[in-house]
Design a protein around this ligand. Structure first.
Ligand SMILES: Cc1cc2nc3c(=O)[nH]c(=O)nc-3n(C[C@H](O)[C@H](O)[C@H](O)COP(=O)(O)OP(=O)(O)OC[C@H]3O[C@@H](n4cnc5c(N)ncnc54)[C@H](O)[C@@H]3O)c2cc1C
Length: 346
């Protein structure tokens, strides 16, 4: 019997670990290289919305994540400045869990199944047959003249009107999401034409919103969990096609979807699930590498192209004040439109 070809995954985030787990469930030898260490905070709204929950269920991971503290979110409210503009039930429940817990839980599960995890180890080599890039976003310092960056912090003592509140501020948007255990995740996406060098000092100004805003009032009594603060810059949100990537790429390494959709983690899980079958076949010698890579790229493009187009449109509209006001006005009045946008962006 021919021994299986091992798979090497670069990046032990959501896409890499989920793929590693799926491959281990099929007996494939897998090594994951992860530059960081667990547990660690990540910039993320920590709101999992979309088909990725199905991927987690099919991989048998949903029950364990619920036991680890993942909770359901069923309502959303949208604010601009001093006003609540719309409040809506979510057409499908989202799953909320801290990345501190989620990534660590997946890493342990991968190891429990016999996967080799090299944490604190950055891959610097080439990507050949049997290698998967799940290394997260590809840095894009300036996109269309704008620098996009994200900030996240957890806090206690914040009372929300809905499981997810989305506050629109002049430079972007800030999501407030209820987490199990009484903490709230505060995560914002912002844009600036000039470099913003002092984020570590001024993050409260960015996440806190203008002085007269609902967001500012919400956070007035917040007790920030300082060591949860993290930041990420160089975000590029232009949709990419897997077929044009030279490497087998999954999750954010394939393409990023605008965070407003709350669908990025879902895409990481979904793309990992799509890759398991072809990679397992390659490992068993039943599929040449080029064909395995092409099958994964085709399936990812089929699954993601439409939602990426809609999400890019939504992101553009939300950054133009008049388009955003019109969109929120209609969402507040039309359940059908709200459901339509929700469905098309995930
Ligand atoms: C502001 C903001 C808010 C967001 N909010 C949400 C949200 O509410 N809901 C949602 O679903 N998504 C959200 N996202 C998106 C979500 O965080 C990502 O889509 C998701 O983390 C992608 O997972 P991934 O596994 O592809 O990448 P990551 O989670 O980034 O993991 C990649 C891993 O690769 C490692 N790595 C990188 N290079 C190497 C190397 N050379 N060698 C070894 N390891 C390496 C990194 O250390 C990292 O651990 C948000 C993103 C931003 C920026």
């Amino acid at each position: 019997m021919i021994s299986p070809h091992p798979i090497t995954i670069v990046g032990g985030g959501l896409a890499g670990l989920t793929l590693g787990i799926g491959l281990r469930q099929r007996g494939v030898p897998v090594t994951v290289w992860e530059a960081g260490r667990y547990p660690r905070h990540r910039v993320c709204g920590e709101f999992i919305s979309g088909g990725g929950q199905g991927s987690l269920a099919r991989l048998g991971l949903l029950g364990g994540l619920r036991a680890a503290g993942a909770g359901a979110a069923t309502s959303a409210a949208f604010y601009a400045g001093q006003a609540l503009v719309a409040a809506r039930p979510l057409p499908a429940a989202a799953l909320c869990i801290s990345r501190l817990v989620l990534d660590d839980w997946l890493a342990r599960e991968f190891q429990r199944l016999g996967g080799e995890l090299r944490s604190g180890a950055r891959w610097a080599g080439e990507f050949g047959a049997g290698m998967v890039r799940a290394s997260g976003r590809r840095a894009e310092p300036v996109a269309d003249g704008w620098r996009l960056f994200g900030l996240k912090v957890h806090a206690r003592g914040v009372v929300l009107d809905a499981d997810l509140e989305l506050h629109f501020v002049p430079a972007g948007y800030v999501g407030l999401c209820r987490l199990p255990g009484g903490e709230v995740n505060i995560c914002g996406l912002f844009r600036s034409t000039a470099p913003v060098p002092d984020l570590a000092l001024r993050w409260r100004d960015w996440l806190g919103g203008p002085a007269d805003s609902v967001l500012h009032a919400r956070l007035a009594g917040a007790h920030f969990v300082d060591d949860s603060f993290c930041t990420v810059a160089g975000l590029g949100l232009r949709p990419q096609r897997a077929a044009q990537r030279h490497e087998c790429s999954l999750g954010d390494a394939l393409t990023m979807i605008p965070p407003v959709t709350g669908n990025g983690m879902s895409m990481a899980f979904e793309s990992a699930e799509l890759a398991i079958g072809p990679l397992a076949k390659f490992s068993r010698g039943e599929l040449p590498w080029a064909q395995a890579q092409a099958a994964i790229a085709r399936d990812c493009d089929r699954a993601f192209s439409t939602r990426l187009r809609w999400a890019a449109w939504l992101q553009r509209a939300l950054f133009q004040p008049s388009a955003r006001a019109a969109l929120l006005f209609v969402v507040a009045r039309s359940e059908r439109l709200w459901r339509g946008i929700f469905a098309r962006t995930r």
